[in-house]
Design a protein around this ligand. Structure first.
Ligand code: GLA
Length: 423
């Protein structure tokens, strides 16, 4: 049927690239939205701190701003509830219920409100006996909880992994995936399976990507550069295991964007945004959209960075070189293009010069390519053989290179072989 061996290669590559992803039609590109946890945590004090407590009005206000302030146009779509939305006990019928004081209208009404803004609503539950903050877990209730979320018209479930015997983690996540599927409502499924599984063994990423639309691998993000950097380091150290599992329908989740909060400098915020784009990560901001500063807002709404994150090829990038306290990360993009991030990891002194010749054996452009720089500032660098840039401490330069001439043969390693190569 396929006399030409090249045709077989095409078929095998096509099958391989589709194998594994959860086929519920969701998360064809990384999820974009807002999630309350890192910024608002488990603040239930609506008497003392009504503006910032976990309540329906917090999510409604964020939904209002998502539409009013350009977030929706930029691609942010989900408003996600995290832990501490529940009443301390299930109702008489054994169903989860929202805290009646903080969510007086209930989750279904909140979903209606969020949908009326053209947005989607995410909710939070836990695979084990309790949520991480001690609210009722879903263990023993997967079907009824999935049904409840579907009846409330919820669009995403973040399913946490606390209070669960590590040997039961996999089965729990698979069972909830099936329960969600049985409801007939498309509900994007966000898991913490690998994070909890790593405690005892290397998780089965084939099974994970067949079960979940996105999955957390590593510990919670904090509002600090050391936290962001530790996530990057973990990802680079495990990239040969985690990167191949990502693609349309299923993504590695390095946790929330903390851009716009208190802990990151301007350069560090740019680094998080650039590297989350390279990693094809869900872009779930956890910040206060009521008071975010102009610079952070502009960065989070940067169309070129978002386009890298959402690129239709759906391949996650990875770290390809570390040299002279610079890290080079690369992500293959559609149309034979490549996104490159150069992170200056030296947290002392001032801006340092990076040049592509610093990387041994790296033929950035052979002989020429067209370079567009996105960070530190947008610049059409034009047709070049190499690239030089000055990068601030813990800052990142982000660029896109387009091949000139025959496609896909111009870059060291990754576009030629699609394999991980390290320099
Ligand atoms: C865990 C998760 C966090 C957050 C909290 C809530 O730590 O990893 O993202 O959901 O639980 O308690």
């Amino acid at each position: 049927m396929f006399p030409n061996p090249a045709a077989w290669v095409v078929v095998v590559v096509a099958l391989w690239s589709q194998a594994g992803a959860l086929d519920n039609g969701l998360a064809r590109t990384p999820t974009m939205g807002w999630l309350s946890w890192e910024r608002f945590m488990c603040n239930t004090d609506c008497e003392g701190d009504p503006e910032n407590c976990i309540s329906e009005s917090l999510y409604m206000e964020m939904a209002d701003l998502m539409t009013a302030e350009g977030w929706k146009e930029a691609g942010y779509q989900f408003i996600c509830i995290d832990d501490c939305w529940m009443a301390p006990k299930r109702d008489a019928g054994g169903r989860l219920q929202a805290d009646p004081h903080r969510f007086p209208a209930g989750i279904k009404k909140l979903a209606e409100y969020v949908h009326s803004k053209g947005l989607k609503l995410g909710i939070y539950a836990d695979v084990g006996r309790n949520t991480c903050a001690g609210y009722p877990g879903s263990l023993g209730h997967y079907d009824v909880d999935a049904q409840t979320f579907a009846e409330w018209d919820v669009d995403l479930l973040k399913f946490d992994g606390c209070s669960m015997d590590v040997s039961l983690v996999e089965q729990g996540y698979v069972n909830m995936s099936r329960a969600l599927n049985r409801t007939g409502r498309p509900i994007l499924y966000s898991c913490e399976w690998p994070l909890h599984k790593w405690r005892s063994q290397t998780p089965n990423y084939t099974a994970i990507s067949q079960t979940c639309n996105q999955w957390r691998n590593f510990v919670d993000i904090y509002d600090s550069w050391s936290s962001v950097k530790s996530i990057l380091d973990w990802t680079a150290a495990h990239q040969d295991i985690v990167v191949p599992s990502a693609g349309p329908g299923g993504w590695n989740d390095p946790d929330m964007l903390v851009i716009g909060n208190f802990g990151l400098s301007g350069d560090q915020q740019e680094s998080q945004m650039a590297l989350w784009a390279i990693m094809a990560a869900p872009l779930l901001m956890s910040n206060d959209l009521r008071s975010i500063c102009g610079r952070s807002k502009e960065l989070l709404q940067n169309r070129q960075i978002i386009a890298i994150n959402q690129d239709e090829l759906g391949k996650q990038g990875y770290r390809t070189a570390t040299v002279d306290h610079f890290e080079v990360w690369e992500r293959p993009l559609s149309n034979g293009r490549l996104a490159i991030a150069v992170l200056n990891t030296l947290e002392i002194g001032s801006a340092r010069k990076f040049s592509s010749e610093k990387v041994p054996g790296w033929k950035l452009c052979t002989p020429f390519c067209n370079i567009t720089q996105i960070l530190p500032q947008y610049e059409e660098v034009g047709v070049q053989t190499g690239y030089r840039v000055s990068v601030n401490p813990s800052g990142t330069a982000l660029l896109i290179i387009e091949p000139i001439g025959s496609r896909g043969k111009r870059y060291h390693g990754i576009l030629q072989s699609e394999k991980l190569t390290y320099l």
